[in-house]
Design a protein around this ligand. Structure first.
Ligand code: ASP
Length: 444
């Protein structure tokens, strides 16, 4: 009986693994986990140095994957945003969409922060650990490197806002400052929309080609994704070790529970406001979500989210091409939620009382930090130092979190990407732009 059902299942599994990216990534993650445990300190068969060399080689595909995406992300974001905005049709429609999308991003981030505060206060992850022994067992000594990251303060915000307008867009392109690039794209798009079609059409055609070419490169990079997932997983597990993962279990569970609740919020939005079926929508979302999980970079997943939204979810390009690139850059609900839990966890660990005013200050800083954080692996924890400073929590605490951060990064990136796709579905329902064939998208 068992053998029979095994025989009937095997061809399906083989088919999935051959054909479906998400199945390949899942298998790769699992195999990477096994190898990571085998190479890690608990099993102890492989020397630390040798396992370091093996995992460095195994993580080559992951680095190549991220490099290829980084290589094309700037032109892709620039072209996608302008084309997305152009499809809004008129400046008036553009303004309405821009304001409502920005408002939506802020509201969902506030919900994420609220969930973070709720779970961290109820579960109190910091009270599960004895801070002295934790610091000792994780061998915390170095503080200098962290202090370097702590230049941001709440008072710098006005200057940073002014700094967002690039005085030389080429410099922003070269250094990959996404927010400045987006703002430049906004200016260009609004100017193009205000001009007669004949004048803006040549640029629009070039941008369409740029988008197609960069998406082609992305499709090549995708072939590396399973290998990237395998190597990264093996690397993380072998370095972090299962012991450290268990020691910080309460903190990690709190973040994961919060992120799960945020996913539930998305499900409600998808069902109630976007009026889409839950199961089939989640099924469509799984490729970008799994990719987010394995790469920890919403920027890397952006092209795939764009494709999924347009080809599988049938979202109007006017919406997807605006919401996805913008969301990948500024909408990071998962990151905001994680940061607030991390601050509460460390405050509890160091017995620091957080007053209501401090909590509001932390929330506002986390809101802005999640908007400004680059969509790259580990960005959340780097920015976390600024929030800890605002909260008066010792920044050294980050060292405690570093070891397990990659795993949380994988999970929060999934939520970040889920948030962008949910926003896409919602605005697809709300915005009444006509679905145009690709060559007519900009010509309204
Ligand atoms: N890795 C996240 C992202 O790319 C950012 C973070 O570190 O929280 O969305």
């Amino acid at each position: 009986m068992v053998i029979k059902s095994f025989k009937t299942i095997t061809p399906q599994v083989t088919y999935l693994i051959k054909k479906k990216l998400w199945a390949q990534v899942l298998v790769a993650l699992f195999l990477g986990l096994l190898l990571g445990v085998f190479l890690g300190p608990e099993v102890g068969i492989v020397e630390k140095d040798t396992s370091g060399i093996i995992t460095t080689w195994l993580s080559i595909p992951a680095h190549l994957f991220l490099k290829i995406i980084q290589m094309i992300i700037v032109p892709l974001i620039f072209a996608s945003i302008i084309r997305g905005l152009l499809s809004a049709g008129t400046v008036e429609q553009l303004r309405t969409m821009g304001i409502s999308v920005a408002l939506y991003f802020v509201v969902t981030t506030i919900i994420a922060l609220g969930i973070g505060i709720l779970v961290a206060t109820i579960i109190m992850p910091g009270s599960f650990i004895d801070s002295a022994s934790m610091l000792e067992s994780l061998d915390i000594k170095e503080t200098e490197q962290l202090v370097e990251n702590v230049e941001f303060s709440f008072m710098d915000v006005p200057e940073q806002i002014i700094g967002l307008i690039p005085s030389n867009p080429l410099t922003s392109f070269m250094s990959g400052e996404m927010l400045s690039i987006i703002i430049f794209a906004l200016f260009v798009a609004v100017a193009m929309i205000s001009l007669p079609k004949k004048k803006s059409e040549p640029i629009s055609d070039i941008l369409e080609s740029v988008q197609d070419v960069t998406m082609k490169v992305v499709s090549w990079a995708m072939r590396l994704a399973p290998f990237a997932a395998f190597g990264l997983m093996a690397d993380i597990v072998s370095k972090v070790g299962l012991d450290a993962l268990v020691g910080l279990g309460a903190y990690m569970s709190t973040v994961v529970i919060g992120l799960f609740m945020m996913m539930l919020v998305y499900i409600i939005i998808i069902r109630v406001f976007a009026r889409r079926p839950i199961l089939s929508t989640l099924k469509i979302m799984k490729d970008p979500l799994l990719l987010a999980f394995s790469t920890s970079s919403s920027a890397a997943v952006m092209p795939v989210s764009l494709k999924t939204a347009e080809e599988k979810m049938k979202v109007k390009p006017a919406v997807s091409q605006f919401v996805i690139p913008l969301g990948a850059t500024i909408n990071m609900n998962g990151t905001a939620l994680y940061q607030i839990v991390a601050v509460f966890f460390l405050a509890q660990l160091f017995n620091i009382e957080l007053s209501p005013t401090t909590i509001i200050l932390i929330a506002v800083t986390a809101l802005m930090a999640s908007i400004g954080a680059p969509s790259a692996p580990g960005a959340g924890i780097v920015i976390l130092s600024s929030i800890l400073l605002a909260a008066g929590v010792p920044v050294i605490g980050i060292v405690l979190l570093l070891g397990v951060d990659r795993i949380l990064d994988m999970t929060r990136t999934m939520v970040n990407v889920g948030g962008d796709l949910t926003a896409c579905l919602l605005f697809d329902k709300r915005i009444k732009a006509p679905k145009l064939p690709p060559d007519e998208k900009n010509i309204q």
